[in-house]
Design a protein around this ligand. Sequence first.
Ligand SMILES: Nc1ncnc2c1ncn2[C@@H]1O[C@H](COP(=O)(O)OP(=O)(O)OP(=O)(O)O)[C@@H](O)[C@H]1O
Ligand SMILES: [Mg+2]
Length: 360
Amino acid sequence: MRKIAFRNRLTVKLLLISVISLVVSIVVTNLTSQLVFYLVSGQETIESSVLQVSLMMIFLLSTAIVTFIFIFILLVRKKIRYLKSISQTVQHIANGKLGLTIEIKGKDELTQLAQNINYMSKELENKFIHERQLEKAKNELITNVSHDLRTPLTSIIGYLNLIKNEQYENKDQLHEYFETIYAKSQRLKHLMDELFEFTRLSSPDVQLNLNKVDMASLLQQIVGEYMPIFEEEQLSVQSSITDEDFPVLIDVEKMVRVYENLFMNAIKYSMKPSDIQISFKSKGNTAILQVSNRVENPPVEDVNKMFERFFRGDKARVDAQGTGLGLSISKRIVELHNGDIRAEYKDGWIIFIVEHPLYK
Ligand SMILES: Nc1ncnc2c1ncn2[C@@H]1O[C@H](COP(=O)(O)OP(=O)(O)OP(=O)(O)O)[C@@H](O)[C@H]1O
Ligand SMILES: [Mg+2]
């Protein structure tokens, strides 16, 4: 808390005002007494003088008190008005007008009180907005999840019903039904796994199992594992991953998830046949991975929208391929590692860039 200069302290100011009021009241009383003495001088008798002196004393005392009060109130009225406005604002804030602020005047304890109330009011407003956003996000999540879970489940129940009522023509059709049920169950499982991972990573106290690894060889290994799938999907890979040692401190399991989602996305959503470019290099203290693939059109104009929860492009929706959670999970994981992930679109290429601090 900021210290208030001695001369600005409220007590000092009040003392000063009291002294001024006292001096003024003495001066006024003195002048009044001289005037009164002048008016009554020469006309008193012995009996009346005692009464007159007592009345005069009372009159002068009253003059002193009234002058003191009047000057005191005159000098403190600005502070009283300020205090009233502080009290009214606090009442408005208490009634729900969060974010309301008090005009800052002066440099004393009242100013400090007003500054603290302003800070509290803004903080309360921010917390309230944040809570509302969380509530909205939670509701959206529940709506999306129940819709996405219901679709494969309805299909599974439908096929099981056909089998239960023996509504199939031959063994081949029965086998086909089982295949569909299996595929839909797999999708349901994938959905639930992604959802579980998403909610787990969203919690503020998520723990990372950090280990020092060489990122270049880890990436070479994962790309090697994906090579047969790339080839099968008619995607020719141009990879430039350096042989240098790139030490990083990561939760391997979680970061592998990020890379796998990028490679799987490239496989699922790129034009076929076409090229995929994977590059890994360092710049200063940062390791940079880029995964680029070709698309006819970007799934959305602002490609960074792909990182939003449940975002799925038309292709993904029509083919019911993904959950739309992969990239938002990746973003959270990369950010937990103090890194950055973003996307760019240029001349028919979608480029994903993952930046990660190197371990010193
Ligand atoms: N490499 C890419 N090329 C083109 N579009 C992409 C690419 N990666 C992602 N997208 C678009 O972004 C959407 C979101 O991708 P994300 O990885 O978050 O979810 P998903 O792949 O649909 O589901 P999941 O990863 O859970 O299986 C995709 O549905 C797709 O439309
Ligand atoms: Mg994905």
